[in-house]
Design a protein around this ligand. Structure first.
Ligand code: FAD
Length: 403
């Protein structure tokens, strides 16, 4: 007599954009889903992320446009200023038809995560969401994974999805140490919320660079607050990981003489409640799956915030992974193979670094800075705009499969 197979049970490690997006779609497909998020509450923070091309389409197909619309930012453009705050050049949003550095749809990372969590609250299905929990150990065989959690519990799942970010513990447990897959890209970035400084142009992203460092201020959902963006070009220092005092000391030192509104940003940094700081790293894996463990989002395919594509990769990856699993729930190995085949062309393009990466974004000398500003100004000319458009719309020709 044929036995009906037991319904699938999937564990998602990480409640960021990737983890929550895949969990939502798995639940909608009727799959029992557990999410473990290491922090004790949803992590706020992050500046505006762009939804354009395929990532915008995923949001539409997931039925999240109304939620996104509630928090949508209305940035009017980007301006680059000198030490005195004088404009060097501007890129108004309409200059690139909403496809430039300021995209048609912008929402802060924290608000996008809130939209996903709100939707997870409404979906009917077997969701088990645990904050303050993470995977301690994994043992897998051909049909599933035995997971020991930090809390001491042990449970069995058909599949584990590691969506636990660029320093993924799931990747370390199933694929090996981070150093094997991570390449340092020459600097660090930090994002945090500050009270909107006097003199900042409302609804504009404003950027300012000095040798080795850059500081920017970007609109937030609330006009009273703004998002600070810091980029530092410096050698890798592993001791910075997890040491917020040392991270903030480094930022203060490297921006000490930056001028413009840097002193105001630095003064507000000490009191911010959502300080985020991490190295710029690229993650390259030969394959996204090891047996019954697969990776998604930054843990699998990070190009660093410099690509501006982290959230797009997380959303498109989650759409493909959930879609393939739901297509053949009784044949996970084949579904995971198709996930990888379909995701790879998109990811390869999304991970490409615009321009010369940090070398071009944050020069190390005054001369380099002058050259960077000259190139920036050139990009605003009619002749050069198509090149900028091509760089930013690099994944727009990717066709999403329909599930
Ligand atoms: C607070 C924050 C702010 C960010 N701000 C920006 C920004 O401004 N600009 C930008 O380009 N990118 C930013 N990023 C990165 C960006 O979110 C990702 O590139 C992109 O959205 C893909 O997300 P992800 O879900 O794969 O990874 P992440 O966004 O890093 O999410 C991973 C989640 O997993 C959790 N986690 C970590 N370890 C474990 C574990 N062992 N077990 C369970 N859970 C774990 C983390 O707490 C986090 O919630 C930010 C990330 C975070 C966490």
């Amino acid at each position: 007599m044929n036995k009906t197979p037991a319904p699938l049970r999937i564990l998602v490690a990480g409640g960021g954009i990737a983890g929550n997006a895949v969990a939502l779609q798995l639940l909608r497909a009727g799959i029992r889903t557990t999410v473990v998020e290491r922090s004790t509450a949803p992590r706020p923070g992050g500046q505006a992320v762009d939804l354009r091309g395929p990532s915008k389409e995923v949001i539409e197909r997931m039925g999240l446009m109304t939620g996104v619309g509630k928090y949508q930012l209305h940035e009017e453009g980007m301006s680059v200023v000198d030490r005195t705050g004088r404009d060097v050049y501007q890129m108004p949003a309409e200059m690139f038809d909403g496809n430039g550095p300021v995209a048609e749809i912008e929402i802060t990372r924290g608000d996008l995560n809130r939209v996903l969590l709100d939707e997870l609250d409404t979906v009917t299905g077997e969701l088990d969401y645990r904050y303050g929990e993470w995977i301690d150990a994994l043992t897998q065989d051909d049909t599933g994974v035995e997971v020991r959690f930090a809390s001491g519990d042990t449970e069995r799942f058909d599949l584990v999805i590691g969506a636990d970010g660029v320093h993924s513990a799931t990747r370390r447990l199933a694929f090996g140490p981070e150093e094997k897959y991570s390449t340092y890209l020459g600097g660090y970035m930090s994002f945090f919320t500050i009270p909107t400084p006097e003199g900042v142009r409302p609804n504009w992203m404003t950027m300012h660079a000095v040798p080795h460092a850059a500081v920017g201020i970007r609109p937030d959902g609330d006009p009273a607050t703004s998002k600070a963006i810091i980029t530092l070009r410096t050698d890798h220092d592993p001791s910075l990981r997890g040491d917020v005092d040392a991270q903030q000391r480094l930022i203060r030192t490297m921006l000490a003489d930056a001028g413009w509104l840097a002193p105001t940003v630095l003064a507000a940094m000490a009191d911010t409640t959502d300080f985020y700081f991490d190295e710029l790293a690229r993650i390259d894996l030969p394959t996204l799956t090891a047996g019954r463990v697969t990776l998604l989002g930054d843990s699998a395919f990070c190009g660093s915030p410099m690509t501006g594509m982290g959230t797009a990769m997380a959303l498109v990856g989650a759409y493909l992974l959930a879609g393939e699993i739901a297509s053949t729930p009784d044949d996970l190995p084949t579904a995971l193979k198709r996930y990888e085949e379909k995701a790879t062309p998109f990811l390869a393009k999304a991970k490409e670094m615009p321009g010369g990466g940090i070398k071009q974004m944050v020069p190390t000398s005054e001369l380099g800075l002058k050259m960077m500003l000259t190139i920036g100004k050139l990009m605003t000319t009619r002749l050069m705009r198509p090149i900028m458009n091509r760089m930013l719309a690099k994944t727009d020709d990717y066709t999403l499969p329909t599930y």
